[in-house]
Structures are given as C-alpha cells and as structure tokens.
Design a protein. Structure first.
Length: 254
C-alpha cells in the first residue's frame, strides 16, 4: 500500500506543527471468526519507505532550530515508523457495520471508544477523544452525506474547565479553512461562515443535530478567539487544552 497526504499535530515544544508525509508498506493479511464477526488483521511485513516533512512550526524558537537541524522531520519520521509498525485490525459484524483500530485487537474484544453506539440507525463517522489546545482547532471531516433528508449528529463532552465552539461548515469553506490552518503558524479567522454553530460547555453533555442537504461537510472544534462565540483565556505559559470526547454521525432528519 502506498499513501501520502498532509496533517497537523501539537507538541509542547513546537505548538502547532503541520506536515506532509508519504510512504509505502507491505502487510501480511490474516483473519479469524468470532461467531459471525470477522476479525481481519493487517500486520506490518515490510516498511518499504516513509518520508515526513514539517511545513510550519508555530513556536518561533523551535522553528528556528528546525531550520538549522531538521529535528521535526527526524522526530516525525520516527513517530510515523513506530505507528506504521503496529499494523491495524478491521472488525466486521454480520450486519455489515465495521470498526477499525491501530494494532492488533484480540478476537472477541472491541476497540475502546468514548460512546457506545447501538441500534440508532445512524452511520458513525468518528467516535474518538481528542485534545484541542489553546489557540488550536480540530477538523472532523470531510463527512459525506450521500442522501437527502439527512442530518449531522454530534454528541460530546469537554474536560479542561472551559467551553469550546462547535462549528459546522460546507466542504468549500472547510477545505479553505483547513488550508489556512496548515499554511500559517498562527490561527486566524475561518474562510467563510459556519452553516451552524453551538458551544460545548465543560462537564455538560452536548448534543447538536444539523439538517443538511446532500453534500460534504466539516465539523470544527475551535479553541480560539478568532472564530465562534467563545474567547478562551490566553496565557503563553499555561496551555489551556480542552479534552473532548465526541461521536459524529449521519442520520435521518428527526
């Protein structure tokens, strides 16, 4: 398998780090059955190539050091190789639903997710936990809605003692906003207005249903003062990260 693309991450040394990567990997394939549930294993056989290049580094001192010695490229390549070496597992149920996890999931077990999803007739796009650091965003998507009379369902909770914005965007505005996020060290305004928005309050269950026409969308978790309603406190010596557990789904309009 060959792969390539762009992405972003956060560390306490670099703050926001955007990057490009590509590589090629060969897997050994195997499967086991647990009743009517299929466990497909893709174990790494040979990492043929991998490459990682830092694009922007928010922290000025770290950016200067990386220009002198490519520490971010070296660290990123090591991290990438360690992740790829784990392989992955696909779990397919008899009803056609599937789940995925990095590494090996033993037969009969399931990946750990923040939310238990059962029998709601919705397609689950993501069911994860993430950290949105001070002056940062996390882009969920692109989420493809293939039929009319559908809605985006977002449930979540936030830890960290502060509220964050939850913003819904069309693909064009979401793609443009993501490109700005990847190309510039400091996080600025979004490229376009959200089609819907709300605030996720700390410690309180959050649920938002947004009816949408057929199309492709993003959901943006925003911990900045340059978009949305919330203006989080700014302290250069104290990163105010918001730990967010969420599930993003597509379902019928209620």
């Amino acid at each position: 398998m060959t792969f390539g693309g762009t992405g972003y991450a956060w560390t306490n040394v670099t703050k926001k780090l955007s990057f490009s990567l590509n590589g090629s990997i060969e897997y050994d394939q195997d499967f086991l059955m647990d009743g009517s549930t299929l466990y497909a294993y893709f174990r790494t056989k040979k990492l043929q190539s991998s490459d990682f290049h830092a694009q922007i580094i928010e922290q000025p001192v770290a950016n200067l050091l990386n220009q002198m010695t490519p520490m971010a490229d070296t660290f990123g390549r090591q991290l990438l190789n360690a992740q790829l070496a784990q392989g992955f597992t696909v779990i397919r149920e008899a009803n056609g639903t599937a789940d995925f996890s990095v590494g090996t999931v033993e037969k009969g077990k399931k990946p750990v997710h923040p939310y238990e999803v059962r029998g709601e007739g919705r397609v689950t796009y993501e069911n994860l936990r993430t950290e949105v650091h001070q002056n940062q965003r996390d882009f969920i998507g692109p989420i493809e809605v293939e039929d009319s009379k559908r809605a985006l369902y977002i449930e979540g909770t936030v830890d960290g003692g502060q509220a964050i914005d939850v913003l819904f965007m069309t693909r064009n505005d979401g793609d443009a906003s993501l490109k700005l996020y990847l190309d510039f060290p400091m996080t600025g305004p979004l490229s376009g207005n959200p089609i819907a928005s709300d605030v996720m309050q700390p410690g309180a269950p959050f649920k938002k249903i947004v009816p949408v026409p057929k199309g492709i969308y993003y959901v943006v978790l925003d911990n900045t003062s340059t978009a949305g309603q919330v203006a989080p406190p700014q302290n250069p010596l104290d990163d105010r990260a918001a730990a967010v557990s969420y599930v993003a789904q597509i379902g019928e309009v209620p």
